[in-house]
Design a binder for this molecule. Structure first.
Ligand SMILES: Cc1ncc(COP(=O)(O)O)c(C=O)c1O
Length: 423
């Protein structure tokens, strides 16, 4: 919903400098409009802070959609990349490299799986898991050729390739990109009965986000994922958890499935696996499932390159002690308490796990975008999703003081918007 006077509101809460306006104007004539960024041109960043071209400092409360769980330029990660860069950056998989095997060993140990298939972006890793599930269906479950069926959830977000948008239910992501890949059924998220009823003899997998990120940090009922695990096991169907956004510490655990005591057959990771320095993704899974892939059937020139593996190893090392996960849990409680006190200021819904919150703003007051823009004027970067929802996902290295700063500014921004609307 767009309110009358949106432009005036933006000017009231945050007026971009002439320099920023000029840079954005020039960019928009030569860059495809596949995103709608906030009017900020970032020039440098360190830890949880970023600076724009005018030198204004912001607290990063989006963390590149959780790719920056460890903050910008984390010293241990930068060190790992620099060291590796000096010795070996790329081999392709035509030969072995001395980083990839140890990375696979360390990552499987961290997430409790047997084998890893490395890729680069999240969407590629999702495609990888879908291919493995289909191959497993034909070669192990003995589903008839070309009949493999996969169940997904309504309002899913798994990326933007043609295969993935084929099972998206979001018209923006899907419309005008057909013809679509067949073999998928979408069921309501959080409804285990609907999922059970959608299973056929040809169903090979269920693919779910343990918390739906892009949908607005949608958390399913507590018994949903355990129930899905039971149903899939009973029906000889693989359970694939897409932890690309929810994983690697964000929710107060290494994986969100661990928070609910569930062991999937495959888990998909990306974003923070590259430490905010490189695109690194991976599918980790059971040996008998991952084992269906043979040479020539899947791969990527850059997947598993030594540089990516070195940064992935450094990421695993940061997560091994569990302190970042514990901090995400603890600071998540602080954030929650503050958000719960903001009802009178226009917060009408909160969905939160660890340092990941979807905050619904009263649509009568403002859109999520308007509040995000007001927050830019107050030194906090975050992003709206779907209408009146704002999300907060700061790097896990933030302090309690930073969380209070972000929440103070949110209160202030809601006040700014209310003041504008009432005059
Ligand atoms: C749950 C989930 N899966 C997959 C993706 C796609 O990842 P990428 O943008 O790296 O392709 C995203 C990105 O937001 C995501 O949140």
């Amino acid at each position: 919903m767009l309110h009358a006077g949106t432009e005036e509101l933006v000017a009231y809460t945050h007026a971009p400098s002439p320099r920023t306006q000029d840079l954005i104007g020039r960019e928009s004539s030569v860059l495809a409009h596949n995103y709608h960024p906030l009017p900020v041109v970032v020039k440098k960043a360190r830890a949880q802070w970023v600076w724009d071209v005018d030198g204004t400092k912001y607290l990063d409360c989006l963390a590149a959609y959780s790719a920056l769980n460890f903050g910008h330029q984390h010293p241990a990660l930068v060190r790992a990349v620099k060291k590796q860069l000096r010795t070996l950056s790329l081999t392709s998989r035509a030969v072995h490299n001395d980083q990839l095997g140890p990375f696979a060993e360390e990552l499987t140990a961290l997430v409790g799986q047997d084998m890893v298939l490395p890729m680069n972006t999240g969407a590629e890793a999702v495609e990888t898991a879908v291919k493995i599930a289909r191959a497993w269906g034909y070669r192990v479950k003995e589903v008839p050729s070309n009949r493999a069926h996969i169940i997904v959830a309504n309002n899913n977000f798994h990326g933007r390739t043609l295969g993935i948008v084929s099972f998206s239910t979001d018209p923006d992501a899907r419309d005008d990109f057909g013809p679509y890949l067949p073999g998928f059924t979408a069921v309501p998220y959080g409804d285990a009965d609907a999922l059970r009823q959608a299973i056929t003899k040809d169903t090979v997998a269920v693919l779910l986000e343990p918390i739906q990120g892009e949908a607005g940090i949608v958390i399913p009922p507590a018994d949903y994922l355990p129930e899905v695990r039971r149903i899939t096991a009973e029906n000889n169907v693989l359970f694939i958890a897409d932890e690309i956004q929810s994983g690697l510490g964000r929710t107060g655990a290494t994986l969100q499935v661990q928070n609910v005591g569930v062991q999937p057959d495959m888990v998909i990771m990306g974003k923070a696996l590259g430490g905010g320095l490189l695109p690194v993704s991976a599918v980790a899974g059971r040996a008998d499932v991952m084992g269906v892939i043979h040479p020539g059937q899947h791969g990527s020139t850059f997947g598993g390159n030594p540089l990516a593996a070195a940064v992935g190893r450094a990421v695993v090392k940061l997560l091994e002690p569990g302190s970042l996960q514990a901090s995400a849990k603890e600071l998540g409680r602080v954030m929650r308490e503050r958000l719960e006190s903001m009802g009178p200021r226009g917060v009408v819904g909160i969905r939160q796990e660890g340092l990941w919150a979807g905050v619904d703003i009263d649509p009568e007051l403002a859109t999520g975008r308007e509040v995000a823009e007001a927050l830019v004027g107050r030194g906090v970067l975050t992003k709206d999703t779907h209408g009146s929802t704002l999300r907060f996902a700061p790097p896990l290295i933030v302090t309690e003081r930073d969380v209070h700063f972000a929440m103070d500014q949110l209160e202030g921004a809601l006040g700014d918007v209310a003041a504008f609307r009432s005059h």
